[in-house]
Design a protein around this ligand. Structure first.
Ligand code: ADP
Length: 254
């Protein structure tokens, strides 16, 4: 997609990045981090240079989702810039790697921490930076979108009517910021058991009417959860699987 017009001054740390993709959701626990991480490793598998920025300061998931869990960020003493950790060739930044775990902070502090981690990191040349956004569409998210020239946004939701209202909020936020929303992922749509397909939520594909070009369904899969917990992204653990194919399609449209 065409890059949006970015009015602000581009932070130095971001100047070597070609595409910045926000993975966003309006609620927690819908699978946003799972999708951000698997999207990033899919893009890396396609040959791109990729980084992940876990902006979820209150509940950083990245340290659990990529091995080893207890990595720590380092500072370059000369340039006073942050050196990302790396796992299977993907560069990683998370507040969870800063050795402070979950924090109790007010909104402006959170924005400050995100801003510092994001803009003073030595990302180097990257084709894609995938940002795992904090859930919601409040001030923190708005500030983040204004500091960073986003190329595209992916919205993650579960297929319930209630989630529909949230998706609308997300779409509105990104459209106000002139960031193209390229895809919606409806996570946990169905699961298969005893040779049958079950739809745990009554309303599937509620988001069709937003005019977003791509809609992806991701099933509930014990493997997706287990691979997240074990630090090995599902698309790396099973690169030929059904889930990996869905992520390849998503990778093509960002
Ligand atoms: P969020 O970032 O929206 O808070 P997470 O990606 O952390 O959500 O996912 C919440 C939990 O649900 C995690 O334990 C994750 O492994 C699990 N999960 C997410 N998507 C799926 C799925 N499609 N099938 C099974 N488990 C999933």
């Amino acid at each position: 997609p065409a890059k949006p017009v970015f009015a602000g001054q581009l932070p130095k740390g971001l100047q070597t990045i070609s595409n910045i993709i926000a993975v966003s959701s309006c609620k927690g626990g819908v699978g946003k981090s799972t999708i951000a991480v698997n999207l990033a490793y899919t893009l890396a598998g396609m040959g791109a240079k990729v980084g992940i920025f876990d902006a979820d300061v209150y509940g950083p998931s990245l340290p659990t989702m990529v091995s080893p869990e207890n990595q720590l960020l380092e500072m370059n003493p000369e340039t006073r810039t942050i050196i990302p950790t790396e796992y299977l060739g993907v560069k990683l930044i998370s507040f969870g790697f800063a050795g402070q775990g979950r924090a109790i902070m007010r909104g402006p502090m959170v924005s400050g921490v995100i801003d510092q981690l994001l803009t003073t990191t030595e990302w180097g040349e990257l084709d894609y930076l995938v940002i795992d956004m904090p859930p919601g569409t409040g001030d923190i998210q708005l500030t983040l979108c204004q500091v960073v020239p986003l190329t595209a946004a992916v919205i993650v939701t579960t297929p319930q009517k209630l989630a529909f209202i949230d998706v609308a909020k997300g779409v509105r936020m990104f459209s106000k910021l002139k960031v193209p929303c390229v895809a919606v992922v409806e996570n946990m749509c169905h699961f298969d058991a005893d040779g049958k397909r079950y739809y745990p939520f009554d309303s599937v594909q509620v988001v069709q009417q937003f005019g977003i070009p791509h809609l992806f369904d991701l099933p509930i899969r014990p493997n997706l959860s287990a691979s997240g917990d074990s630090g090995m992204p599902e698309v790396v653990a099973d690169p030929q699987g059904e889930v990996a194919k869905t992520f390849q399609d998503l990778g093509v449209c960002v």
